[in-house]
Design a protein around this ligand. Structure first.
Ligand SMILES: [Zn+2]
Length: 119
């Protein structure tokens, strides 16, 4: 709480986090990851039918996790953060907070690299 200069900056962050919930970002990312899992599953089953080894299955699961992370989780998470920045500002403004404080707050966070801790 020491990093906030006023209530408007606190409201900016709370509205950002609230917008993640309102926009159901976790469900969206989880759904896309599950869909990609289902698309990859037939090839994993086929491979396991030919090579029924535990290590091969373990390696395939690791590959799937990497593919899901690179194609769904990381890009969608970045997109969700941008969307929450916009929607959060709207929510804070609707609650009569001064959203101009968001600019200076995000600027200060990016300069101190504290932005990663809040995401
Ligand atoms: Zn966020």
């Amino acid at each position: 709480m020491d990093i906030f200069k006023n209530d408007d900056q606190v409201a900016t962050i709370i509205a950002h986090e609230l917008s993640h919930v309102v926009m159901e970002h976790s469900s969206e990312i989880l759904s896309l990851a599950c869909l990609l899992d289902l698309l990859i599953l037939p090839s994993m089953i086929s491979l396991h039918a030919y090579v029924p080894r535990f290590l091969v299955a373990l390696l395939m699961q690791w590959v799937v996790n990497v593919v899901v992370s690179l194609t769904v989780k990381f890009p969608e998470r970045r997109k969700a953060e941008s969307e929450s920045d916009m929607v959060g500002l709207y929510l804070a403004a609707r609650a009569c907070f001064d959203v101009r404080e968001a600019c200076s707050f995000y600027q200060m966070l990016s300069e101190t690299e504290g932005l990663r801790d809040l995401e």
